[in-house]
Design a protein. Structure first.
Length: 528
């Protein structure tokens, strides 16, 4: 009887407090953390404490500046006692001049997977993130570029490079279709090209063929500058399972979406703007499946796209996706925190696909700022629970920039190219796991680019260390420069012991060896 006199809105609020309470911007990080905390409680898994200021400092610089901090930056932050110092640093870096380049590099690696690079593509990505263009707009421009739009011209490289014909091999339209599904929808439909997927019930041959129909008539006009053309689509695609041999038809269609009708045009009437062979302009079609894909894939109502987007940005900062692997979103591989994934998707839509907002929000969470050290008395922490920060591999670009900054040099394209050659994965191998390699080890051990950086030059790290007589100060400068933290008493003692065992004439080489030992350490090679 008492319930009859309770206001209905209050009953619902008590039953579903997280769902109905209004979410203001300041509450979103704590809402995210609540999902993590509740899931950890269910699993009986304790949470690691928050990272130290030094660990946080290095992490946030690598994520949003693409490099470790300088000694001066590290000293300034570690000396700051302001309670808002972490939030202020997050804002300063994301609103700073290096953010656009750092995000462009991360997205280049994710989207191109070492298939190649192009200066216009790099410029496009850097400008897009620096200007904070909405993510759905960026994806729309990547999948279709208006003719003669110089601002988005570099975006065409994503398709153009995949449409490049290598030798006598045909254009890999199947690979292009697979990549679009993986990277923008979170679905690897590659094994559903010739029949329904054998192990994933959700992935049907019709899904692959419908997505393939958006891209099968595109072609490469030019790679420098990147430009893509499109032949008229005049009929639906036919396909048949290799098992049933039953012929089926499909027009362009997203997985689970509505199939587009293919209009009939009289020959020669397919174009709004006809192709111009003299200027090599591909023209503008009245019915463009490419343009339709660019409109349909990044729509706010396309839940696959929105979930995949927030999942990939989560991975970028947390080291693992809520859905993992990132391109295997299906009912048999659910998100580790389904409610959190939906919450992030809703928030991303509500904030109009604002990437800076999402990066700032995630960086303010305890989940992001947690230590990579296990809680006391705990031997293991399941990665999918995010109760302890995961160690993340540095990209070759981050390694190159960090080595240069640590040793007192300016990063250079030549040095970056050497690091990419030594540390990057093979094309189409996602760089998602820590993967020590022989080539990387030999590069750090022997390459002239590394050895030359270890020679004393005016103002560089070796030169600064040589001028310090106090071994404790040598250790402090050394550890701040390379690891963005102060050394422990044991590490100070080790540095002193190494220096005091050798003569003054050997000091430059001893210092170079100390620097190299930290440079080659796993602590330097990962973001933790």
């Amino acid at each position: 009887m008492i319930l009859r006199f309770f206001p209905r809105w209050l009953l619902v609020l008590v039953a579903f407090p997280v769902l109905l309470l209004p979410v203001c911007a300041a509450d979103v990080p704590s809402q995210i953390d609540q999902f993590i905390v509740e899931r950890a409680k269910q699993a009986g898994q304790p949470l690691s404490p928050l990272a130290s200021d030094a660990e946080f400092l290095r992490r946030v610089f690598l994520d949003f500046a693409g490099r470790i901090p300088t000694v001066a930056e590290a000293r300034a932050f570690l000396a700051d006692s302001s309670p808002k110092r972490r939030e202020q640093l997050i804002d300063r870096l994301i609103d700073g001049p290096e953010y656009g380049s750092a995000m462009a590099t991360a997205m280049h690696i994710a989207l191109m997977e070492r298939l190649g690079d192009h200066p216009l593509w790099t410029k496009y990505l850097t400008t897009s993130f620096a200007e904070n263009r909405p993510w759905n707009q960026i994806v729309r421009e990547i999948l279709w570029q208006p003719p003669d739009d110089e601002k988005t011209a570099g975006a065409a490289f994503f398709l153009a490079k995949r449409l490049e014909k290598i030798g006598q091999n045909p254009v890999d339209y199947s690979g292009l279709t697979r990549d679009v599904g993986r990277l923008f929808l979170g679905k690897n439909l590659g094994c559903a090209e010739c029949h329904d997927h054998l192990f994933i019930d959700d992935y049907k041959q019709a899904h692959f063929q419908g997505l393939h129909a958006f891209f099968k008539n595109s072609y490469l006009v030019n790679l420098n500058p990147p430009q893509v053309g499109e032949k008229p689509t005049t009929q639906k695609s036919t396909f048949a399972s290799v098992f049933t041999k039953i012929e089926m038809m499909t027009g362009p269609a997203l997985p689970g979406g509505i199939m587009l009708d293919v209009p009939n045009f009289k020959p020669g009437d397919e174009y709004l703007v006809p192709p111009n062979p003299k200027s090599k302009s591909p023209g503008v079609l009245k019915f463009s499946p490419l343009k339709a894909a660019s409109e349909q894939i990044p729509m706010p109502t396309n839940r696959d796209f929105v979930r995949n987007s927030v999942n990939r940005f989560w991975f970028l900062l947390m080291g693992r996706g809520l859905v993992h692997p990132l391109d295997l979103s299906h009912s048999r591989n659910p998100a580790s925190h389904p409610e959190l994934l939906e919450f992030l998707a809703d928030q991303f839509i509500e904030h109009h696909f604002d990437v800076k907002w999402l990066m700032k929000t995630l960086a303010r969470t305890d989940a992001y700022q947690r230590s990579s050290l296990l809680p006391s008395g705990v031997d293991d922490a399941p990665e999918k629970l995010f109760t302890t920060a995961l160690e993340r591999r540095l990209s070759p670009e981050q390694l190159a920039a960090s080595v240069a900054i640590a040793l007192g040099e300016q990063p250079s394209p030549a040095l970056t190219a050497k690091f990419i050659k030594a540390f990057a994965n093979q094309p189409r191998e996602p760089e998602e796991e820590i993967n020590p390699s022989l080539s990387g080890s030999l590069f750090i051990l022997h390459d002239s680019a590394i050895l030359s950086l270890l020679q004393p030059k005016p103002g560089n790290l070796i030169d600064r260390l040589q001028k310090l007589a106090d071994t404790a100060k040598v250790a402090e400068e050394l550890y701040l420069a390379l690891l963005s933290r102060t050394p422990s008493p044991e590490e100070i003692a080790t540095v002193a012991e190494v220096l005091l065992q050798r003569s003054a004439t050997d000091r430059p080489q001893v210092l170079a060896n100390l620097v190299w030992s930290l440079l080659a350490s796993m602590e330097f090679r990962v973001n933790h």
